[in-house]
Design a protein around this ligand. Sequence first.
Ligand SMILES: *Cc1c(COP(=O)(O)O)cnc(C)c1O
Length: 435
Amino acid sequence: MKLYSTNNKALRVSFQEAVFNALPQDKGLYMPEVIPQLDPFFIQNIQQYSLQEIALTVASALIGDDIPKADLKKIVDDAINFDAPVKFLNAETAVLELFHGPSYAFKDFGARFMSRVMGYFSQKGDQLLDVLVATSGDTGGAVALGFLGVEGTRVTILYPKGKVSKVQEEQLTTNGQNIRALEVDGTFDDCQALVKEAFNDTELNSVLRLTSANSINISRLIPQTFYYFWAYAQLKAQGISEVVFTVPSGNFGNIGAGLLAYKMGLPVTHFVAGTNVNDTVPRFLRSGSYEPKPSVQTLANAMDVGNPSNWVRIQDMFDGDLEHLRGMISSYTYDDVATEQAMKELYEKYNYIACPHTAIAYLASEAYRRDTPGTYASVFLSTAHPCKFPDAIDEAVFAKVTLPKGAVDLSNKPKLATDLKVSYEDFKAYLLASR
Ligand SMILES: *Cc1c(COP(=O)(O)O)cnc(C)c1O
């Protein structure tokens, strides 16, 4: 697999290079030189395969010789060791549940695969790989649990004190081993700024082997294609072959992976993006002019993104052709009042408890159905387990949430976190002290 930068199509880097240095110097994003086409016979018979078999076929088509198939199989089987079931709410609407991994969010797909790929490429005797990550909640948990125990790696997570939920904090702070949590007396933006400064610090980079676990990493994008194929396989097993996917979107990495799957030959009829009031992409699709804004805080806080970093990849897949984009992607925006209403409706109508992000996807899928009636199945993606968002969910409804067993176990473990002020000097000293 060779990759170019969306800002320089003449550039070529290896998969390994793109994994460890996720951002090209020119500030574009890495994209595969060619998007491989899957064998139509495989797609026609996809219902015969397991999630892991599908994942191996898709990953191997993309990555090619950079990881021999037998090694890739180990990585896939180890990373994707949980299901992503499609559950029907009624005859035409289903939810694809992506929260059955260890951190109860879809980010487990990306983080677990990335951690194992990084571990694979880190040879014995290589310097310890220091992964730095700032989190507003879900990313940190997926990265922590994804890298836990992966040899040759160490993860340092910065999270804003008092601004993540109980389950999220426990996932960050109860690991030990190669995972360290820094509880920052500041905001998520402060955490992000500290991490960014570390990556730009030449002195620090000369002594530590730093890498980011950012969502723009190509090794997080690849595994997110798997579940689109797997959802399609589950539908096909029920005789359904026409599907519209609705994706709750923030940084647009998840839907970007869906579009990549489509480009590889998955017969998807249409994609719908649901956003909260951070609506840069919906505005773009309407007006044709891309105008990022500072992010606004909402109930669906994992989607509070004013300038979606993965959008350039989507533009790239469609050669920047606005009409073509509009033909394949619709979008809808919802505020917190509508989100709360949707969570209530899902519970009352279907006895289904959803996190706020999932509720936005539900609303967008219903809106698209109204605007574009048809015989397709609407599948909206559930990106997190509701137990991660107690403050966003009505108290009486939240009381009915069944905590996964793992979440119960977590509350009995001691909290391991180091306090950090918003001071780059202190952060750097911390990193250097543990060399
Ligand atoms: C990260 C996240 C999203 C947004 O996904 P993107 O790939 O950034 O669009 C949606 N829902 C949940 C629960 C998340 O954690």
